[in-house]
Ligand binder design. Structure first.
Ligand SMILES: *[C@@H]1O[C@H](CO)[C@@H](O)[C@H](O)[C@H]1NC(C)=O
Length: 260
């Protein structure tokens, strides 16, 4: 007696889904994302995943597609829409410890088909103008994979703005201190620490003139989609001529707020 494979004889053993030989019988199942009777023509119907949130979680906007579903964070938020509370706000107000309060608001924009972050100053005070110009001067000198890239700036209008490559995965501060959908592994943490150290080492000793950031903290360290580190916010940084090293390198910020 030979075991026949029913799946080879659809005329006798009809199956309109996935047919599987089960030694002595056969099994006919609807494709993934469909339910019903696969032995009947048109017996499989699409599962509307939106009706089964426990099985198909989506904390963003859920769209049903034949065989699957699409889940997306609402406009202005990003991260992992498949996780509970996985969408977090993309517009973040920057914090500085310089005593002056908010440094500006960061917007997402599109410039020459590239997605960019635009840091727009809130109130134009001389100190802020100085910080922005300082940042342009410093960042335009730096080309390092672990330092955020400055694409352009607009210093002529009433509202100053700096345009950067968009680093869309939030700040290290956020990854470390907020209950997020994705916990950083220890491997990632040590790699991020190493990348920050590499960027600082470059700034201190490989740039044409040593640059001291002076405000390194986790909220100034951005993380991109590949969890690559990007040091940002050079508003407080300074060029230090080599013969003056040690003179004006005092750390900015409030003791107690600085990350250890
Ligand atoms: C599925 O459809 C086939 C063909 O119409 C029928 O013979 C079979 O009993 C159905 N199975 C179920 C579980 O309804």
């Amino acid at each position: 007696l030979a075991n026949i494979n029913e799946c080879d004889y659809p005329d006798i053993y009809p199956c309109y889904g996935h047919c599987r030989n089960t030694h002595g019988g056969y099994d006919c199942q609807c494709p993934l994302g469909f339910k019903g009777n696969a032995s009947k023509p048109n017996g499989c119907e699409d599962i509307d995943e939106r009706e089964h949130p426990e099985e198909y979680p989506c904390s963003g906007i859920c769209t049903n597609i034949p065989g699957t579903f699409h889940c997306q964070c609402p406009d202005g938020t990003y991260r992992d829409p498949l996780m509970k509370q996985g969408c977090i706000s993309a517009t973040t107000t920057k914090k500085t410890f310089t005593g002056g309060g908010g440094h500006g608001v960061v917007y997402k924009g599109i410039l020459d088909l590239q997605v960019v972050a635009i840091n727009k100053s809130k109130i134009v005070v001389q100190r802020e103008i100085d910080d922005f110009i300082n940042e342009v001067a410093i960042l335009s000198q730096i080309n390092h994979r672990n330092v955020v890239k400055l694409i352009g700036c607009c210093l002529e209008t009433e509202v100053l703005s700096l345009v950067y490559e968009l680093i869309s995965n939030g700040t290290l501060d956020h990854h470390l201190h907020f209950e997020g959908p994705m916990l950083l592994s220890w491997d990632d943490r040590t790699r991020i620490a190493h990348e920050v150290a590499r960027a600082l080492s470059y700034l201190h000793s490989s740039a044409s003139m040593p640059i001291y950031h002076r405000d390194i903290k986790s909220s100034n360290i951005l993380i991109d989609d590949n969890l690559t580190t990007k040091v940002s916010d050079f508003g407080a940084s300074r060029y230090i001529p080599i013969d003056k090293t040690g003179l004006t390198t005092a750390v900015q910020g409030t003791i107690g707020y600085l990350d250890r």
